[in-house]
Design a protein around this ligand. Structure first.
Ligand code: ADP
Ligand code: MG
Length: 698
């Protein structure tokens, strides 16, 4: 990289040791480049004047023009506050200085017209502007145009490095930059997208002359950031593909065919067929499969998993299916054993509650290869669990597993098993492309036929009675009902009490012998949970009162109503997951979102989204807008991206474009060996070196 840009920040005029120290600590600015990449987060138009009467509506900086009518000092002598009463044709507002008033005061006595710039705030019942910038008005200064606004911190502000202070530093740096910022995007791409040069962009992003300047500059810088990111991901994928040999599973044998033709209860949906084809192609390729399967709740991912596992067995390998909860693992075990019962496949279940004695038997069966399919929970990850020849691992509901856990599964063989990761939490396209850029993605975007869309309604706590009435009607028609309570770690005890209170209230409203209840929560022993669950699955109980342990994957087709208590406390993806527990049978299904009367704007938006759509991808987009990528993907993962100017929730189009172009280049020149890509190659080599562990998701 360019030497000049790596110059330590203390060499810049205006930055002494103290400032340098705080810039490093507070903003991670170590050198010139870091400072340059501390981009403005917004701009204010200094050519526009507001009126005092409008200040109350402004929630950002205002610029006013008027005169000072009175100057007052108050407070203790050592701690004086300076107030200047400022007036324009429309009204009066106080300008306030808590410190440094004595430097300001002399200039305020002038009868001149002033320009005041600052951020109003409400103090008691009155608006004032604390610590505004102020200067005598003249036609020339009124033409300043756009001013950048930089993020700063309290500590930096206290030593004069507020937005304006940072702006000054950058202004000192910019004139030295001419000719010192190398271009890093090939000219063909620059021409195609009309991108500014890197140097132009750096100057214009900090000192735009007008709106089009900063728009062009930001576009160029975002493009660069996203383009390199996608380039990196694609290169990593390419490298790992080359490295990782995978078992070739080309045989479509008796098991697969036998099951497909004779034992499968229904035809695959077109989406399922397409995904199976994609998987088969991977398994044939000789490379290691690392595929993410996204499909809404109820879209039939389990069947795809089963068929994939049968392919492994047909080729003489073992297969494993890992689920995040015991309930789910049990359920997979039961459905899959049932589906395979005439085919003589040896299926075993391994969870935390399997007895030691039985475990040993399982361990042996895995090592001698007699167990063909192993289904289970985290218990599969233990070191003692060794396979004879594990060909495929399917991981269900992947978002519940940490990266490290998944990596462990991977290491069970010398040649890593093929990996299929399934998730019912659709990830917005942009995020999938970025966070899973090194995975291949398949999507089941079609539900099995005959499903009736679930009707979702929102009811306030105060209308509980009619809701219970409705539940009774449904139960009398032979249906079953879930009632789910929130449970979050931080308020576990409180939530637990709520659940228990709720349970009691429900028992009173739904008396025996007509109504029978099950209850499942995290504090129960696994065998008790299992027992309660089983009673509900078999229809002995009609109401399942539960915490979110029920969320993932549970399948009871006769359950047709999902009541979610305190729905405002759930995130969108969780609400969607819960709703997916119903609508699995032939009956018309309902989801009832119960909330308190006072909802925040975000809660209301979540509830409204749920009421208005059943489409998981649409919901995930709203979720991204509401929460941002950090919350959606985990801050740790997002943090690794370290995006300086792009925003994955707002720049979706650009992410896609950047990826397309990165692909195009790599298709033509996979090793970046062509002369026109030489510069790019240098950049990418550096990027790849700088974060060696990034992108290892599965
Ligand atoms: P998910 O994708 O949420 O894991 P499941 O695999 O549990 O969904 O499937 C939901 C239900 O749909 C199951 O009862 C399953 O048997 C049924 N199913 C799956 N594929 C089909 C299909 N092609 N036609 C009809 N029903 C199907
Ligand atoms: Mg599932």
């Amino acid at each position: 990289m360019n030497e000049f840009l790596k110059t330590p920040i203390e060499f810049l005029k205006g930055v002494g040791p103290q400032r340098a120290d705080l810039l490093r600590k507070e903003l991670g600015i170590f050198n010139y480049q870091d400072l340059l990449e501390h981009y403005p987060f917004r701009y204010v138009d200094r050519s526009i004047f507001h009126q005092v009467k409008d200040v109350v509506y402004a929630d950002s900086f205002v610029q006013l023009r008027g005169r000072i009518v009175q100057v007052v000092e108050s407070g203790a002598p050592r701690n004086k506050k300076l107030i200047a009463r400022f007036q324009d044709e429309t009204g009066m507002i106080d300008l306030v200085w808590f410190q440094g008033g004595k430097y300001i005061k002399p200039m305020l006595n002038s009868m001149d017209e002033f320009v005041v710039f600052g951020k109003p705030r409400l103090y008691g019942n009155n608006w004032n502007i604390p610590h505004p910038e102020i200067g005598v008005y003249n036609a020339a200064t009124a033409q300043i145009g756009l001013q950048p606004v930089y993020s700063s911190t309290e500590k930096l502000t206290s030593i004069g490095l507020h937005s304006k202070g940072i702006e000054k530093l950058i202004s000192a740096l910019l004139p030295q930059l001419r000719g010192k910022i190398p271009e890093n995007i090939p000219s063909a791409i620059r021409n195609e997208f009309n991108l500014l040069t890197r140097e132009q962009a750096m100057i214009k992003v900090h000192q735009p002359k007008g709106e089009s300047d900063f728009k062009l500059a930001r576009f160029r810088l975002k493009f660069e950031e996203l383009f390199f990111l996608q380039m990196e991901l694609l290169l990593r994928k390419h490298i790992s593909m080359r490295k990782s040999k995978g078992f070739v599973l080309e045989e479509v044998g008796d098991l697969f065919n036998g099951f497909y033709k004779e034992h499968m209860e229904f035809d695959l949906t077109n989406a399922q067929k397409r995904v199976i084809k994609e998987i088969r192609k991977d398994l044939n390729s000789g490379h290691h499969m690392n595929r993410l399967l996204q499909g809404d709740v109820g879209s039939g991912k389990t069947l795809v998993a089963l068929l994939t596992m049968l392919l492994a067995i047909d080729n003489g390998y073992q297969a494993a299916l890992m689920a995040p909860t015991e309930i789910l693992a049990n359920q997979h075990f039961e459905t899959i054993s049932e589906q395979l019962k005439h085919l003589g496949v040896n299926v075993s279940l391994l969870t935390g509650s399997v007895k030691k004695k039985d475990r040993t038997v399982i361990h042996e069966g895995l090592e001698d290869g007699s167990i063909q399919i192993l289904i289970g929970t985290h218990a599969l990850l233990e070191d003692v669990v060794k396979f004879k020849n594990l060909g495929i691992v399917v991981i269900d509901e992947q978002h519940r597993f940490g990266v490290a856990q998944r990596a462990k599964m991977w290491k069970k063989n010398i040649v890593p098993p093929h990996v299929l990761i399934m998730t019912a939490t659709p990830i917005p396209r942009t995020l999938a492309m970025t966070f899973y850029g090194d995975l291949d993605v398949s999507v089941i975007d079609e539900l099995p036929p005959g499903r009736k869309p679930i009707t979702t309604v929102h009811r306030y706590e105060s209308h509980r009675l009619p809701v219970f009435g409705f539940l009774k009607e449904e139960i009398r028609k032979g249906r079953q009902v879930y009632i789910v309570y929130p449970l979050i770690k931080e308020s576990e005890t409180l939530d637990f009490n709520n659940l228990m209170d709720g349970y009691e209230a429900i028992s009173r409203s739904f008396p025996l012998p007509e109504f029978k209840l099950s209850i499942v929560h995290g504090k129960m022993k696994p065998e008790d949970k299992e027992y309660e669950m089983q009673r509900f699955v078999s229809g002995q109980t009609q109401i399942m009162v539960a915490t979110t342990v029920i969320e993932v994957g549970v399948n009871v087709p006769n359950a047709s109503v999902m009541v979610i208590e305190s729905a405002e406390r759930f995130g969108l993806s969780q609400l969607h997951q819960l709703r997916g527990r119903v609508g699995r049978g032939a009956e018309k299904s309902y989801c009832i979102l119960m909330t308190g009367d006072n909802l925040s704007a975000d809660s209301l938006k979540r509830i409204e989204t749920m009421v208005s759509t059943n489409d998981g991808f649409e919901i995930s987009e709203v979720d991204l807008q509401l929460r941002g990528p950090g919350d959606l993907m985990g801050t740790q993962q997002s943090g690794m991206l370290d995006l300086k100017i792009s925003d994955l929730s707002k720049d979706q189009q650009l992410v896609a474009t950047a990826r397309e172009h990165a692909k195009k280049i790599l298709n033509q020149d996979p090793g970046l060996a062509l002369p026109e890509n030489a510069q790019l190659r240098v950049v990418m080599e550096m990027v790849l070196k700088s974060r060696p562990n990034w992108g290892k998701i599965a």
